[in-house]
Design a binder for this molecule. Structure first.
Ligand code: GLY
Length: 383
């Protein structure tokens, strides 16, 4: 990694310069995306986000705090910790408006409460994180041995739906077992990871987004294209969740099959990665329209760097080089380093068939910054 360290350091200087004013400008918000003036929105503003599912319970609301904790660890500046604590405080309210919370409590409370506790030993943060872990464990379906993803919405029966994204959420369960000494959390995480290993990863290393199981018998019914191009396609952000998630499960359990899975999906991503490092919304989408997802790109990059930590030294380059290709493409062609926009990473897409494409998403910035810190030599403290 040393040969990439100076580039990562220079790019992190730009991140620090930008986040110094972005953090202060948006200190009381929970941002998701930027508006036409380049300013961050605020998911905690109930006048705008009146629907609890899109407002305070919005699944990406942990990433703003996560960025702040990463910068606090790096710079030691108390302002970042203050902003992160304020973000976490807002998320506490979700526990009393429970109807909107789903399996993404991992994405919400790992980059806020868990990392807060890890860095400072704060007892309230630990309590919040344990509470979130109990909610996640409560979503486990014992017949199918999977964690239910979403709540009912729009009348759709999703009781038996599991999604690949959950592979990141289960780090909350690994943490809870380690912290409490109670093996049940880890047991649930492992059962879910085994189900995902068997049902989501295809022979060629590509991954489907959603698998539907019978919620009563646990039998697999079918897969769905989800946020990707369609059935049988390969949503790039989902490939990223898989690489990263299985690498995490290996880190927490030491079970070789999870590292093998992370490598298999990583090899598929690397084989499909374009020379210019730009990542489409789906590796199997048609050439036109050329929709991109810089967020998926950053997650794949961070997942590849995570996988690289666990392979023998002579294999590391295989994972680090494509991660750097992606990060350089973002930094040089898809990043806004100016004061025109609060977000750094541009050209993100939430789902292939959405009307809106190529906008900013706070978790793209989070995974971009996290990956740069990894390349710079810092440890993963969140997942
Ligand atoms: N977890 C949903 C997404 O990646 O958009």
């Amino acid at each position: 990694m040393e040969q990439y360290q100076s580039w990562a350091g220079e790019t992190l200087d730009k991140v620090r310069a930008k986040m110094a004013w972005v953090s202060r400008k948006n200190r009381d918000k929970l941002p998701y995306t930027t508006d036409e003036t380049g300013s961050y929105d605020d998911r905690s503003d109930e006048r705008i986000c009146w629907n609890p599912d899109d407002g305070l319970n919005w699944w990406t609301n942990g990433f703003w705090g996560g960025i702040m904790w990463l910068l606090y660890r790096d710079t030691g500046e108390e302002t970042y910790a203050e902003i992160a604590r304020a973000a976490e405080k807002k998320l506490e309210k979700c526990f009393t408006t429970f109807s909107g919370l789903h399996h993404d409590v991992g994405f919400m409370y790992l980059p806020t409460s868990v990392v807060h506790y890890r860095l400072t030993g704060d007892a309230e943060a630990r309590r919040n994180a344990m509470h979130a872990a109990n909610l996640l464990a409560g979503r486990f379906n014992p017949a199918g041995r999977f964690i239910r993803a979403w709540n009912e919405s729009g009348g759709k029966d999703v009781r038996g739906w599991a999604i690949i994204d959950c592979m990141l959420n289960i780090s909350l369960l690994y943490w809870a077992s380690q912290e409490s000494g109670d093996p049940r959390f880890r047991q649930i995480a492992v059962m879910h990871a085994d189900t995902a290993l068997k049902n989501f990863i295809r022979a060629d290393g590509s991954v489907c987004h959603i698998v539907e199981f019978d919620p009563e018998t646990g039998e697999r019914i079918k897969s769905h294209g989800g946020q990707g191009y369609g059935h049988g396609s390969s949503w790039t952000r989902g490939q990223g969740w898989a690489v990263y998630g299985f690498a995490n499960s290996y880190a927490h359990t030491g079970q070789q099959k999870y590292l093998d899975a992370a490598k298999r999906v990583a090899h598929y991503c690397i084989a499909n990665l374009r020379e210019d490092g730009i990542v489409p919304v789906d590796f199997r989408q048609p050439p036109e329209p050329a929709w991109e997802d810089s967020c998926g790109a950053c997650i794949i990059a961070s997942g590849l760097l995570e996988t690289a930590r666990f392979v023998p030294e002579n294999e590391r380059e295989l994972y680090v080089r494509p991660a750097v290709r992606i990060l350089k493409a973002i930094a040089q062609t898809r990043a806004d380093w100016s004061r025109d926009c609060d977000a750094i990473v541009q050209n993100c897409t939430a789902a292939y068939h959405d009307e809106k494409h190529h906008f900013s998403m706070v978790y793209a910035d989070y995974f971009f910054i996290e990956a740069l810190y990894k390349l710079y030599g810092q440890e993963n403290i969140i997942w």
